[in-house]
Design a protein around this ligand. Structure first.
Ligand code: ZN
Length: 413
């Protein structure tokens, strides 16, 4: 069993959490912002001081590598771990950062303990996982799932173009496509992440062995009727877009219950009316719905059910409509062998573990296009994340990092 350096790991977590501290609370380190650049510099410095090879690709992904002494082993497909160091606005210290720093710790221990490597071992910090520019740019570029042509149109919620943010950070948007990895360069990818949910803490278990990462679809739905005077338009002569939207929303929960699986979730998180005045019948209603499940067939079925329901709601209210697909991610099944390795490393380290699925999207999802993937979860206190109070007990961090280091050691041997 490899033993990690607890103090070094916890110290690194604290140091990184000080970069991008927001006066309003938490950490604000959006991709390609000045705080993100400071965090990148800090990480590169850490990697170099650890005596690991450090590289940065065209998408700004940062890599640390332990190269095998044996030249033939150095050419073998690599094992990689990692996550991201960007955050949401007023985010916590662990989402993403924990995967990068436990990965770095694992590489350091494996190097220090002179574990014989049968293939290269890498850690990566992917760019913009949190989607300042709407996509997981780093892992999607790396796994060849990004259309370079539409990158130039991407901007953040303040209208800052990705191209400008990258240029101001010393990167070039024209280099993003060059980040694409060759299809046979990676054997396995393992990501450690906070659970961002309450399951592990409630059950008192230290490590989650992820068996599947949910897929999702996210739609923008526009319903169009006729904006008109709220006083002079009789009730039976209205084409009120609000009622179409409300009729749709009212049945979503029942439709999920009837047509979804046990874990299916669907959410309408944003609902707007136009022109948006108290004395005008709304002529346009725009809302967003997303649904998630671990099973692709369930998601496909739900898409059909939602579309039929929408059609009926629009017809009933004499409305027209558009559906714009904003996101469509296929669920990913984790590799059974990697799950077994994680589980047996946990058992050997006397760490309790539980198989579970991930309800949140992660870089590992994109990496599934390139390599076998596995994920290790650690408990989130109160199930809270994307929040300044995001926290995990030190003991659980150490347990997760220990399982990670030993899993990687086994995968590269
Ligand atoms: Zn994350």
């Amino acid at each position: 069993m490899l033993k990690i350096n607890e103090n070094r790991l916890l110290q690194n977590i604290t140091e990184l959490s000080l970069i991008g501290k927001d006066p309003e609370g938490g950490i604000t380190r959006p991709a390609f912002s000045p705080p993100d650049m400071m965090a990148r510099e800090w990480l590169i410095d850490r990697i170099q001081k650890a005596g690991l090879q450090c590289d940065v690709d065209g998408a700004g992904n940062i890599f640390a590598t332990v190269i095998p002494a044996d030249a033939a082993a150095a050419d073998k497909p690599a094992v990689m771990c990692g996550s991201h160091i960007d955050t949401v606005p007023n985010g916590g210290a662990l989402d993403g950062a924990l995967g990068v720093l436990t990965g770095l710790e694992a590489l350091q221990v494996i190097k220090e303990e002179k574990v014989a490597l049968a293939r290269p071992l890498k850690m990566v910090a992917f760019s913009d996982e949190e989607g300042r520019f709407g996509e997981m740019i780093g892992s999607r570029a790396f796994s060849g799932q990004l259309d370079p042509d539409h990158l130039t149109s991407l901007s953040d919620v303040h209208g800052v173009l990705l191209a400008d943010a990258m240029r101001d950070s010393g990167y070039n948007i024209n280099d993003v496509a060059s980040a694409k990895a060759s299809a046979d360069a990676y054997e396995a990818f393992v990501e450690l992440h906070i659970e961002q949910g309450p399951v592990l803490e409630r059950k008192g278990i230290s490590v989650g062995v992820v068996d599947a990462i949910v897929g999702l679809f996210k739609w923008q739905i526009d319903l169009y009727g006729q904006a008109n005077h709220a006083g002079t338009t009789p009730m039976n002569m209205r084409r009120d877009a609000f009622y179409g939207g409300v009729k749709f929303a009212d049945k979503v929960r029942d439709l999920v219950k009837e047509h979804g699986g046990a874990d299916t979730v669907a959410t309408i998180g944003k609902f707007n009316l136009y022109p948006g005045a108290p004395n005008v019948v709304p002529g346009h209603c725009r809302f967003f719905i997303e649904a998630r499940d671990r099973n692709k067939d369930t998601l496909d079925h739900l898409k059909r059910v939602f579309k039929d329901h929408l059609k009926r709601c629009a017809e009933d209210e004499h409305l027209t409509y558009d559906v714009t697909v904003l996101e469509d991610m296929t669920p990913v099944q984790c590799d059974p062998q990697i799950m077994d390795v994680i589980e047996s490393c946990a058992a050997e380290a006397d760490v309790s573990s539980l198989r579970m699925f991930s309800g949140a999207a992660h870089d590992a999802q994109n990496m599934a296009a390139l390599a076998k993937v596995g994920m290790i979860f650690v408990p989130s206190i109160g199930g809270i994340s994307h929040n300044p109070s995001e926290c995990t007990e030190d003991d659980d961090i150490v347990a997760g990092a220990t399982v990670m280091a030993n899993t990687l050691a086994r995968l590269v041997s």
